[in-house]
Design a protein around this ligand. Structure first.
Ligand code: ARG
Length: 278
């Protein structure tokens, strides 16, 4: 009897423990799948992907006349379209100044922020980022007549430098050229106008953008001198923290666009569009 009872007890305990383990896994799986499915599911339910951007940054995002209509175009926008296609929804581009782009992601107004955004350590604390899609450099756009004048950092040390508010190029000037006079502007085009009219001596921005402005304006050029960039701050798509299922989709699309050279063709297409613009 003793032996039998013991066996019975064991069975009871075994069942109890097994039930506990099973229900633990059930709950764990359920909660993880519901939280990871929410972002993509919500977008599919809405039927659209809302992407926040600041269209003053050719070839990444800018405004151009396409088919007689003023539209937001650029390599980042084509990439956003590819992500929307993968999700099977429409793309809605929401334009705003760069210093509002990340905020609109945080408040849930946008699903993604794609605006030539550098994935910095600071931003990574607040947002999730996709895998990088473009390794960039940051440069000074200057007047062509100043090419000889601004050849080293000493010559720029007390210059009047403009940068876009809330950007990495802005904080780099603050940190590395503390004696320079910094003019922070919300709009990149405005900063370039200030450069052309002589109100500022240089504008600090991503190099492809500086090259694009220089290509369109024969009075402008990219300086040969540049500040030191932190490593690993390539351009990436910003995603609200925790939206891991959305990040998975975005990463998958970016990996493909990089592997098959499509992102590069987006950049070339954008460069052609900027030529048309001028
Ligand atoms: N890469 C820089 C940053 O993330 C500048 C981005 C500005 N983007 C724009 N669309 N204006 O700070």
């Amino acid at each position: 009897i003793k032996g039998k009872r013991c066996l019975f007890m064991n069975k009871k305990w075994f069942l109890l423990i097994w039930t506990l383990i099973a229900s633990f896994f059930l709950v764990a799986c359920q909660s993880s799948s519901s939280s990871s499915q929410s972002a993509v599911e919500a977008i599919k339910q809405k039927g659209k992907l809302v992407v926040a951007t600041s269209p003053d940054y050719a070839p990444f995002e800018f405004q151009a006349l396409v088919d007689g209509k003023n539209q937001v175009v650029g390599a980042d926008i084509d990439m956003a379209q590819a992500i929307a296609d993968e999700l099977g929804v429409k793309l809605e581009v929401s334009s705003m100044s760069f210093d509002n782009v990340l905020t609109s992601l945080q408040t849930g107004k946008a699903d993604l922020a794609i605006a030539g955004i550098s994935a910095t350590e600071e931003r990574k604390e607040v947002f999730d980022f996709s895998i990088p899609y473009y390794e960039n450099k940051i440069s000074f756009l200057i007047r062509k007549t100043d090419l000889e004048k601004y050849k080293d950092l000493d010559s720029l040390a007390s210059a009047n430098i403009a940068a876009q508010k809330g950007t990495v190029p802005e904080s780099m000037v603050k940190e590395q050229l503390p004696k320079a006079q910094l003019t922070s502007l919300t709009n990149m085009g405005e900063a370039v106008n200030e450069l052309q009219s002589g109100k500022v001596d240089a504008v600090h921005m991503d190099e492809p953008v500086a090259l694009s402005y220089a290509g369109k304006n024969s009075d402008l050029a990219v300086a040969t001198v540049s500040l030191t960039m932190k490593e690993g701050e390539a351009n990436a798509v910003a995603i609200k923290k925790g939206n891991s299922d959305l990040k998975e989709v975005v990463d998958k699309v970016i990996q493909k666009l990089k592997d098959d050279g499509t992102y590069q063709t987006y950049l070339e297409k954008a460069a052609k569009l900027t030529e048309v613009e001028q």
